[in-house]
Write a protein that binds this ligand. Structure first.
Ligand code: DGL
Length: 302
């Protein structure tokens, strides 16, 4: 992608502005899933400011049409540029990346942009049995981008791919106190159902010894998956690789803030949701250790 300069110009289809080294990095997902990426970004880039948008009112993306996810992605990008003056964008959602990253790159050629995709190549390097499982949303699995990714590793391993309808939603609901118990039961049921449909996991000949978590929400059920599949199966996610790529892009563009970010200030780490504020706040406290009051309501019109 094109490099931005310290004071490069961001060009959307209608507006242009300068990138500012002190501005926040925008991160978004359909809900809490992207917090798993934000966690990795925060630890790899401790001096940067972040603004996170959880599009809960429009989740789950994985079970919506491609057009719907593209429209949401563009609307959120416009909002983050106009209202938070972001200097870079991390699309912390495999489904939105698959549907819209190419259009975002075309529309914002000077904005450093990082997407996430299922970590098939790292999984090939890790697998001993040569049989790899992949779980992701229906939208990701059905996308052309995923088909091309799968093509690029064909012949290097055998892949068993499973779309997990309902799982991201159940993970979202598990953060809401009044829905936590039934949501947790649903997660247990769905994980058992989908992993058993995929076949046999383990380190024996022909078994899947590696499972790619192709949805950022699934990182939050990693412990349950590990307990279900056994300690020898490796679970592969993308948060750290995304954080490294974000650092590289910012460095290349001269946009890495060198001073310490004040995380207690609203600008240091600000989280917004288009949906239920309590769910995001509970997840932010639980997963990122943020204090009460860290999350805010985003404008309904995004
Ligand atoms: N967390 C998102 C992903 O990585 C999408 C979950 C959803 O909204 O379906 O694909």
């Amino acid at each position: 992608m094109a490099k931005a300069h310290r004071h490069g110009r961001v060009q959307g289809h209608r507006r242009q502005r300068r990138l500012n080294v002190n501005a926040p990095i925008g991160v978004f997902d359909s809900g809490i899933g992207g917090l798993s990426v934000l966690q990795a970004l925060q630890s790899a880039l401790p001096h940067q400011h972040f603004v996170y948008l959880a599009d809960n009112a429009h989740a789950p993306y994985g079970e919506k049409t491609d057009l719907y996810v593209r429209q949401r992605t563009h609307a959120i990008t416009r909002y983050l540029l106009a209202h938070h003056q972001i200097k870079a964008l991390v699309v912390a959602c495999n489904t939105a990346t698959a549907a819209a990253i190419h259009e975002l790159r075309a529309q914002h050629p000077h904005l450093p942009l990082v997407g996430v995709e299922p970590a098939l190549k790292p999984a090939v390097a890790l697998s001993q049995t040569g049989h790899i499982g992949v779980i992701a949303t229906r939208g990701t699995v059905a996308s052309d981008k995923f088909a091309r990714l799968l093509d690029s590793v064909q012949g290097q391993a055998r892949f068993t791919v499973q779309a997990c309808n309902g799982l991201a939603l159940a993970i979202e609901q598990s953060t809401l106190p009044q829905q936590a118990t039934p949501a947790q039961e649903r997660i247990t049921e769905l994980l058992a159902q989908y992993t058993s449909a995929m076949g046999s996991f383990g380190t024996g000949p022909g078994q899947m010894d590696t499972l790619v978590l192709g949805c950022t929400h699934y990182v939050f059920v990693e412990k349950q998956l590990q307990a279900l599949l056994g300690p020898d199966v490796r679970l592969v996610s993308t948060g750290e690789a995304v954080a490294r790529q974000t650092r590289r892009l910012l460095e290349g563009a001269g946009l890495l803030n060198a001073g310490p970010a004040d995380r207690s200030s609203p600008q240091g780490m600000a989280l917004f949701t288009t949906g239920d504020l309590h769910g995001l706040q509970a997840a932010a406290e639980r997963w990122l250790g943020l204090p009460p009051g860290s999350c805010h309501q985003a404008p309904a019109a995004i």
